[in-house]
Design a binder for this molecule. Structure first.
Ligand code: FAD
Length: 386
């Protein structure tokens, strides 16, 4: 029997399992329902030999030296800065909207005075949310805020979430920035890169410890029984009094007793093309055209050299947990009532003091990879290590 069990072999689960195995030197059982490790960061070589990301493009970036150092024990890095272009008014311009975008989309007679106003009011190298621009009493800055909102944000968001921005939590709209800078990189974090041999190799290293027993192709419900009413857990039919780290959906853990937490799902269309490259940068966003939101060309990210190239188009779609093809929950939907529903499950979780709910599904929130790694390390250090 095990004293430590982890459900899910994504970053949240794999990092905690690695710490339990290495730092505590305890045996840990990792249960994963998919036929592979890595969670949504899983990558593999497609039939053409190109390294692709099965669940959408993942770029690693962090400000945290601690997270970077931790992960660097398991990988070398291909140093990479992500660049995104947006297809707007027939041009491919830098995203997020910055001073270069401004000059490419607007006539110089507009762009120059706008740039001067932005810099003198807010300074240089700062990200100003468009909500803040709208609040100024300067009509030119308001015009700019509306321009960015309509050309870059409105239709992309509507496609992404299947609803108008005003139906979402106001913080989503509030965060859209104008970046007062000529820096065309998508992220400005101090540490950015792609794992040299891919993400899956990181997971192989995280989990290849003699203390870790991995069960793939296993839904936790096949081996774990949760008695929600009495707050008891059994593993392989015997009472389990150890620590359970749960990184699956929190509503599933409680048999959906308060209802389903809504998610947005995605459909990915991969295509291999017999050319070395088809895009100038890693990702091109299509806010105002087509049904997909963006196209990513993997070789830009990974640095792989190959005579052909693979791209992926992302089609947002509704999530339905029992419908094949729509049953992968990607993004928690940032709306007040959903967060309230999550809060009820979170309250319910207090009944299980030895179960730690960690990660994007268990905490019903979007985490970047670095944030989920930081969270996993914190849970381990503060709650499991003791
Ligand atoms: P997951 O990776 O989802 O792992 C959870 C695991 O639990 C899964 O393997 C799942 O199969 C397993 N599980 C669930 N239910 C059960 C069950 N019943 N029984 C057994 N196992 C179960 N982050 C970045 O930093 N950079 C990016 O560029 C980036 N791009 C992204 C693009 C997309 C399209 C999406 C959706 C996310 C992106 N992210 C990115 C975020 C990143 O995917 C998450 O930070 C990360 O996956 C969170 O890890 P996790 O362990 O919490 O969840």
């Amino acid at each position: 029997m095990f004293d430590y069990v982890v459900v899910g072999a994504g970053f949240a689960g794999a990092v905690i399992a690695e710490r339990i195995a290495t730092q505590l030197n305890e045996k840990v059982l990792v249960i994963e329902k998919r036929n592979h490790i890595g969670g949504n960061a899983y990558d593999y070589y497609d039939e053409n030999g190109i390294l692709v990301h099965k669940y959408g493009p993942h770029i690693f970036h962090t400000r945290s030296r601690e997270v970077w150092d931790y992960l660097s024990q398991f990988t070398d890095w291909h140093l990479y800065h992500h660049h995104v272009l947006g297809s707007i008014d027939g041009k491919k311009v830098p995203i997020p909207f910055n001073l270069n975008t401004l000059h490419e989309l607007l006539p110089e007679s507009f762009a120059r005075p706008l740039e001067e106003k932005l810099v003198s009011k807010f300074g240089y190298n700062v990200k100003v949310p468009i909500l803040k621009l709208r609040e100024t009493d300067d009509k030119d800055l308001k015009f700019l805020a509306d321009f960015v909102y309509e050309k870059v944000f409105l239709n992309y968001t509507t496609k992404q979430w299947g609803m108008k921005p005003e139906e979402l939590d106001p913080t989503v709209t509030g965060r859209v920035p104008v970046y007062i800078s000529r820096d065309n990189r998508y992220f400005q974090d101090a540490y950015q890169g792609m794992p040299k041999e891919g993400y899956t190799k990181i997971f192989e290293k995280l989990l290849s410890h003699s203390n870790i027993k991995l069960m793939l192709n296993t839904d936790y419900k096949e081996v774990i029984d949760i008695d929600v009413k009495n707050g008891k857990i059994s593993l392989f039919g015997q009472e389990f009094k150890g620590i359970l780290v749960y990184t699956g959906k929190i509503d599933e853990f409680f048999n959906y007793e308060f209802g389903d937490l809504p998610y947005r799902s995605l459909r990915f269309e991969f295509e291999n093309i017999q050319k070395e490259f088809v895009q100038p940068v890693g990702t091109i966003n299509y806010p105002n055209e087509y049904q997909f939101t963006r196209i990513t060309e993997f070789k830009h990210l990974t640095g792989q050299e190959h005579s052909s190239t693979t791209i992926v188009k992302e089609y947002p779609q509704g999530y339905e947990r029992n419908v094949k093809g729509k049953d992968i929950p990607y993004y928690p939907i940032p709306k007040k009532e959903n967060l309230e529903l999550y809060a009820r499950y979170k309250e319910r979780a207090r009944q299980f003091p030895h179960v730690f709910f960690v990660g994007r599904l268990a905490e019903y929130r979007y985490y970047d990879m670095d944030a989920v790694i930081a969270r996993a390390l914190t849970v381990f250090n503060n709650k499991i290590l003791r």
